[in-house]
Each structure stands twice: as structure tokens, then as C-alpha cells.
Design a protein around this ligand. Structure first.
Ligand code: FSO
Ligand code: SF4
Length: 551
């Protein structure tokens, strides 16, 4: 039974993964994820109408977010857990239907007769469910309505998935907005109607970017509200002697809870991948046993986890198929899952992780000390805005580059290392997300005390980078597009998609995108993006730099 998925940059030769995902997702998992997205639309059909009648739909709000986040690349690979989510989705859709019908009754209205996902009844057995899933496949839609419309529908779907991930992170730390949930219902209800108008679909994608900006603002408020503003912090990137746990993903709360549960137990905690920026938060760096960062970006994990002599905790994407050698000392929590890997449930009792760390040998000696600096969030950067503005006015800073986004396994991603190294000495590089591992351990020096490489944080901190750009534009009395600033982006999965939609919503022009363009953005759609936003693919670092600096 063929799957079809083209939601990430890794997709099989630009044509979609059809037998098995390059990410490791098998056909069964892919089909179950298609069912979950379809059911999210079904819940939304009722929730949207209930919301319009003034009824709140709390279960639907949170379930939709979790369903969508579970289908993001490299999050949930476990068919059993996905099947449980299918059951939960059907139950929540039923409850939401009842709330809607009740609300209609009270308002003296006749409930609308809905179709499609609202009525979909998943088969009881896995075989039947998978056969149904085949009918929902993206490949079918491409065949019937063509690649352009399907691609735009999927662009919106992937934007929603990314936005759902950020909504979930913000919600975990107590920040949410009913209007955001209502938007999810509206947008998914729109998709449930199988819209085909290209202009409307394009506008809907930009609307997703607008809402994502709000969500990222909530997430920024959540992170800084709970843990304080990141501050420039030196982080050790070489191991020290002792037992250890490595924490990967993006979830600050999981790290905090693990730090609390390991305090005084003689276990050192290391961040991995996108958890690196955690070292800059006062509320997290205060834990003395948060000793450093280990390894690089997500795609190197199989080698690095094998070599790590302790336990490993995955809090969100990006997990890869674990090797046998560390299967018994890797753990998942939250929405992330892999078949056979022990999952720590919502009670966040990390005892199994701690036991595995104590049973492992740990590092037997200190490696020579090496550090890098993180923590240049908006508060830290804007705290020295006067110095930055002065340096620009004095001609000491010629240009800013935001080299940000995801990392991945493709060789073409060397572009970002080469680009960062080729940036002239009188330019500053801002970076965020896991793509920075391509160059964040290189020496860039400073310009009059301002570091030439400023690490703004995770992909989750894109709001911080946007605020820095807006504040600079304000200080120079201009707009972001007139600043000496260019965004050079690398994308991999759907969180990058929603951030890109946010940047387009903000009208940011002249962005460079790579390493390859999304397969779901078809030539006519790309043409619109190029004409309207001058969004263009990366070429070579030399050519792109020359074009940017000669503007
Ligand atoms: Fe990277 Fe993975 Fe953070 Fe993504 S770890 S690729 S855009 O999940 O989210 O940057
Ligand atoms: Fe392929 Fe990416 Fe989909 Fe995985 S998430 S199946 S690699 S397109």
C-alpha cells in the first residue's frame, strides 16, 4: 500500500516519499497520520460552528493542536500511539458535535448538515483503517485536482502543523489565546471544504503566517515569563567526567522538570540540538548540573547518541530511528514516540531516565574545555542597540545576515557553513534554530565589542529575531526591507513553513531559501512568491553574497 508524503525538505527526490519516508516513517505511520489530519478537520468543522455560536470547545482546541503536532516530521513514528490518537480524535469530534447541536438548539437554529471529515467513521481494525487512509492520500488529490491546488492546500496544512507545534509549546507554559484556537478551527474547516481557488488559498496561507506571529509572541512571553530573558552565556561544548543525561528537542519545561528531579543525584545534564539556547535562561542556567551542550544538529544523533555514555531524553522533534546500541537508554516524552522506546507520560516522572543514566558508565574523564556563547535574544541584543546603531552609522557594520533555520542531512547544506565563513568581517550574523550547528563553533570575532555571531535561540525564538529586525528598522526610521539585512534561510520541516509564512505576511522581501525548494510549492505558486516577495532559491555563497552586498 503506497504512502505519499512530501511535507519536508527531505522528501524523496522532490517527488514525495511513496514507499518509505526518508525520515524513517513507514507506510502505516504515514497513513495513520493522514487519518489524524483528516479527523482534525472533522473536529474543526463542528468546533468552528460551535465557536461562532459563542460556545467554547476546550477539548477540541487542545486535541487539534496535539493531533497536528503529532504529524510534524520526526515527532511520532509509533503506529500504536497514533491509533490511540485516532480513537481520541473520534471521541472529541463526537463531543464537539454534541456541543454544536446543543448550541444550535439553544439558539433556535437547525444544525447544518456537514459532510466529509465531520462524518468519517474510521474502521475498527487497522487493516480497514489503512484502506480508508489510502482514499485520503495527498496523491489522490493531486490526481483529481492537480498539483497546484493540492500544493497550496498542503502549504496551509503544513503552516498549521508548525503553528500547532508552537501553540503547544506556549500552552505548556501557560500562554494561550482563544482567538488562536478559533483560527485553527476556521482554517481546518476551510480545508475540509476542499477549497480550490488559488487566490483564496494563497491569502489563507498568509493568514496562517499572521496567526503564527501571534502564537510566536505567546511562546516568547511563555519562555521569558517563566524562565526570564535569555542572557549572553558561555556554554561548555566538551564533556566533563561523570554520569550524564542528554536532553534533545525543544521543550524547556521538560528540561526544567528533569533538572529538578536529578538535583543532588550526581548526574550531569547536557543539552542537545535545539535545547542549546536553554543555557541562556536565568531560570534554567541556575541549575549547576546543567553542565553543557553535547553534539550537533539532529541528523547526527545516531552517531552521537551511540557515543554518549548516558541516558537520552527526546522532548519533541527531531528523533531518528534509534540504533540497538542505545535503544534501552533513549526515552521519549510529550508527543514524540518511537515503537519500542520507553515513553515518559504526562506525569513527567523521569525515574526510568535517571535509572538508565545511573546504570550507564558516564564520561570517564574531562575533555579539554571549549565554550561557545549563546543567549542573544531580543532583550540582550536590544540592550546594546545604541552600540549597534552607532557602529552602523560609523560604517563599522555594513550588513546584517540572519542565517537561520533547520539543519538536515543533505550535502547542499554546506552552503550555510560556506556562506557564514564568507561573510565579510564588517558584517554581523544573527542565527537561530538547528542550522547554526553548521558554523556555531567557528570563531567570528567581534566588531568594537559586538560579537559578529549572535545566537538568538531556537527556531521557537523566531519572534525574538523579528522583534530585533523591527526595532532596528524603527531606530533607523525605515522598514525592515530597507535595512541592511538579508535573511538566508534553511528549511526542513513544517515549523520552518509557518515561520516562512509569517515572514511573508510581514512583507519581508528578498529572502534566500534552501537547500532546495518545497516540493509542494509548484512552479506557478513559486512564480507568485518570486514576483511578490522576490523570494529566491540559494545559488552559491559567493554569487549570493555578491548580489546582496552590491544592492
Ligand atoms: Fe531543527 Fe528539527 Fe527547531 Fe525543526 S531540530 S529541524 S524547524 O525540528 O524545529 O530547528
Ligand atoms: Fe518523506 Fe519528509 Fe514525509 Fe518523512 S516527513 S515521509 S522524509 S516527506
Amino acid at each position: 500500500m503506497n504512502m505519499f508524503c512530501y511535507q519536508c525538505e527531505q522528501t524523496g527526490q522532490g517527488k514525495g516519499c511513496t514507499q518509505h519516508g526518508v525520515c524513517g516513517k513507514d507506510s502505516e505511520t504515514a497513513h495513520l497520520q493522514d487519518v489524524l489530519v483528516y479527523l482534525a478537520k472533522g473536529i474543526a468543522q463542528y468546533a468552528h460552528r460551535a465557536n461562532q455560536l459563542g460556545v467554547s470547545t476546550r477539548d477540541a482546541d487542545l486535541t487539534i493542536i496535539e493531533l497536528l503536532f503529532s504529524t510534524v516530521t520526526n515527532v511520532n513514528f509509533d503506529p500504536d500511539r497514533l491509533s490511540q490518537l485516532v480513537k481520541r480524535a473520534v471521541n472529541v469530534r463526537e463531543q464537539t458535535r454534541q456541543s454544536y447541536e446543543q448550541a444550535c438548539k439553544q439558539a433556535g437554529q437547525k444544525p447544518q448538515t456537514l459532510s466529509g471529515p465531520a462524518l468519517f467513521q474510521p474502521a475498527d481494525d487497522r487493516k480497514g483503517l489503512l484502506a480508508q487512509a489510502e482514499e485520503l492520500s495527498i496523491a489522490k488529490r493531486i490526481n483529481t485536482q492537480g498539483p497546484d491546488v493540492t500544493g497550496l492546500q498542503e502549504l496551509l496544512t503544513y503552516g498549521l502543523k508548525g503553528t500547532a507545534a508552537y501553540t503547544d509549546h506556549a500552552h505548556i507554559l501557560g500562554q494561550e489565546d482563544d482567538e488562536v484556537f478559533a483560527y485553527f478551527h476556521e482554517a481546518l474547516d476551510y480545508l475540509a471544504g476542499n477549497p480550490t481557488d488559488i487566490d483564496n488559498l494563497t491569502a489563507a496561507c498568509l493568514k496562517c503566517g499572521e496567526i503564527n506571529l501571534r502564537v510566536m509572541q505567546l511562546l516568547d512571553a511563555a519562555n521569558t515569563g517563566v524562565y526570564g530573558h535569555p542572557e549572553p552565556t558561555r556554554v561548555r561544548v566538551t564533556p566533563i567526567k561523570g554520569r550524564c543525561i542528554l536532553v534533545s528537542g525543544h521543550d524547556l519545561r521538560d528540561l526544567e522538570l528533569l533538572l529538578q528531579q536529578t538535583e543532588g543525584k550526581g548526574i550531569n545534564i547536557y543539552t542537545h540540538g535545539e535545547m542549546l539556547p536553554c543555557h541562556g535562561y536565568p531560570g534554567l542556567k541556575k541549575y549547576k548540573h546543567l553542565v553543557g551542550n553535547y553534539g550537533g544538529a539532529w541528523q547526527d544523533q545516531r552517531k552521537e547518541f551511540e557515543a554518549f555514555p548516558g541516558a537520552i531524553l527526546m522532548t519533541t522533534n527531531c528523533i531518528q530511528k534509534p540504533k540497538e546500541s542505545y535503544m534501552n537508554r533513549i526515552f521519549t516524552t510529550g508527543l514524540v514516540a518511537w515503537p519500542g522506546v520507553t515513553h515518559v507520560g504526562p506525569d513527567k516522572n523521569f525515574t526510568p531516565v535517571i535509572k538508565a543514566a545511573l546504570a550507564a558508565p558516564g564520561f570517564t574523564e574531562d575533555a579539554p574545555e571549549k565554550t561557545i556563547t549563546v543567549g542573544f535574544g531580543r532583550n540582550a541584543v536590544l540592550g546594546v542597540a545604541d552600540k549597534v546603531i552607532e557602529a552602523v552609522n560609523a560604517g563599522k557594520i555594513r550588513h546584517f545576515f540572519l542565517i537561520g533555520g533547520c539543519d538536515g542531512a543533505k550535502p547542499g547544506r554546506n552552503y550555510y557553513t560556506d556562506f557564514a565563513q564568507a561573510v565579510p568581517d564588517d558584517c554581523v550574523i544573527l542565527t537561530l534554530a538547528c542550522g547554526k550547528y553548521r558554523f556555531n563553533k567557528l570563531e567570528f570575532g567581534d566588531i568594537g565589542g559586538i560579537p559578529r555571531l549572535l545566537d538568538v535561540g531556537q527556531c521557537n525564538d523566531a519572534y525574538s529575531a523579528i522583534q530585533i529586525a523591527l526595532a532596528l528598522a524603527n531606530a533607523f526610521g525605515t522598514d525592515v526591507n530597507s535595512l541592511p539585512l538579508t535573511l538566508v534561510l534553511s528549511w526542513y520541516e513544517q515549523k520552518a513553513v509557518c515561520i516562512l509564512l509569517t515572514l511573508l505576511h510581514l512583507g519581508i522581501k528578498n529572502m534566500r531559501l534552501g537547500p532546495s525548494l518545497p516540493a509542494f510549492v509548484t512552479p506557478p505558486v513559486l512564480d507568485v512568491l518570486q514576483k511578490t516577495f522576490n523570494l529566491r532559491p540559494i545559488t552559491t555563497p559567493q554569487k549570493d553574497l555578491q548580489a546582496i552586498l552590491s544592492r
